[in-house]
Write a protein that binds this ligand. Sequence first.
Ligand code: B16
Ligand code: MG
Length: 236
Amino acid sequence: MSNSIFRTDIQKLFPELPIEGAIFDLDGVLTDTSELHYLAWKKLADEEMIDFSRKDNEALRGIPRRESLLLILKNKEVSEIQIQEMMARKNKNYVESISTLTSKDLLPGAQKLLESFKNGGIKIALGSASKNARSVINNLGIAHFFDAVADGESVVHQKPAPDLFLYAAKRIGVQPSKCVVFEDAAAGIDAAQAAGMWAIGIGPQTRFSTAHIICKNLRGLTLKKISFLLTRVSGT
Ligand code: B16
Ligand code: MG
């Protein structure tokens, strides 16, 4: 099926197609690097004799490296030099672990949804707080899907500020109101809504209170299904 035929089909079904751009968070949406972040932080926490559990790690979803470290350290007093050293140590652990990622590490439904958007002529951007996002998408073999990459280096104010997603929308040339964001973190859903975008929460219902739509994962999602769901939410 050619791209244009598919696009025409979708437009016949949904004359008021609510989206022209899709922005994907990375960790927790396209791949499960949250476990690798956890293991890298856990090694550091053990070395520093700080309690840190998988449950604690849940609070770090979508949170940038420095803020994550400060949350792990709680009230422990440390100098700026120590903060920099610990961030570098954690990142070294994390970078080692992502070197073995392959397309097998994509979460269920991710490849199919990216293909469906691409075939439907939807512009696609990455919107990740990670400074390692480019290496991860390269290793996963999905870099070619993205028309733009917004990552931990792109803006000063990360999620829940809208800046990263607004930067992504600008890079793909789509109005914020015509973008849909896929996010596994409550901070990311807040960021998408602050940016005036459609927000789809990926994960358990209990994690999100304000997403437009919540899906357990990306399995079975296509442009057609997303268009149907968003059209229902928007009442058009
Ligand atoms: P890095 P996302 C986020 O990725 C992770 O969820 C978060 O745990 C991590 O601290 C943050 O990236 C920064 O990552 O240390 O590699 O720069 O969910 O926004 O794709
Ligand atoms: Mg995430």
